[in-house]
Design a protein around this ligand. Structure first.
Ligand code: SAH
Length: 204
């Protein structure tokens, strides 16, 4: 997976490549699909949700430019695989998931992998976690119609947010930097995520 899907496609961050080499992705995949854990695509994780393609996890994480000192907010815990990678690369992680059963699953696996620098929250991540703000980095792993205002507000000055923005079925992956209180947006590429459902996301 790391050699063929990540290195060969241009992922260069060695800390990230090492983390993806070491975190057992199969632990985050339902048992019936375990043999497909290292395939080059997303997989269903129940509740109509998916674990992202390994390359997308790498691309988004690399775009966050983590050095190990950052406080990170993740919206859309899902399987917890992306969360585990963030735990390895950042100082602390706050992760929010709207579906309690998924959060419970992730909350069980991460401590088993000795990843303890994370706090789990159930709720609408489009509102962020104001009492924990500001965040040096924010990663949203579900598709949003726009950059949710509360999330941009909770991003630290000089901070970076990575988020898929667009229509329900196809989006642009954006890196948004906060400079002088204003957003500076770069397009990373096209992508397809399950929808971000919430007050500042899509409506059910
Ligand atoms: N990073 C995860 C991706 C899971 S898919 C993984 O690789 O496993 C996106 C997740 O976002 C789903 O679990 C979905 O339930 C969650 N989600 C959607 N809207 C949300 C919201 N408003 N707040 C928190 N989580 C949300």
């Amino acid at each position: 997976m790391v050699a063929e899907q990540l290195r060969a496609r241009g992922i260069r961050d060695e800390r990230l490549l090492a983390a993806m080499e070491e975190i057992p992705r199969h632990r985050f995949i339902p048992a019936s699909l375990a043999s497909r854990s290292y395939e080059d695509g997303p997989l269903p994780i129940g509740e109509g949700q998916t674990i992202s393609q390994p390359y997308i996890v790498a691309e988004m994480t690399e775009a966050l430019r983590l050095s190990g000192t950052e406080k990170v907010l993740e919206i859309g815990t899902g399987s917890g695989y992306q969360t585990a990678i963030l735990c390895r690369l950042a100082r602390e992680v706050v992760t929010v998931e709207r579906i309690a059963s998924l959060l419970k699953g992730a909350g069980k696996i991460l401590p088993e992998l000795e990843l303890e620098n994370v706090r789990f929250r159930v709720g609408d991540g489009t509102m962020g976690v104001p009492e924990e703000a500001p965040f040096d980095r924010i990663i949203v792993t579900a598709a949003s119609p726009d950059v949710p205002a509360p999330l941009f507000e909770q991003l630290a000055e000089g901070g970076i947010m990575v988020i898929p923005v667009g229509a329900r079925w196809e989006q642009d992956l954006l890196r948004v930097r906060k400079e002088g209180g204003k957003p500076r947006k770069d397009l990373l590429g096209a992508c397809r995520f399950v929808p971000l459902i919430g007050q500042c996301g899509f409506h059910d």
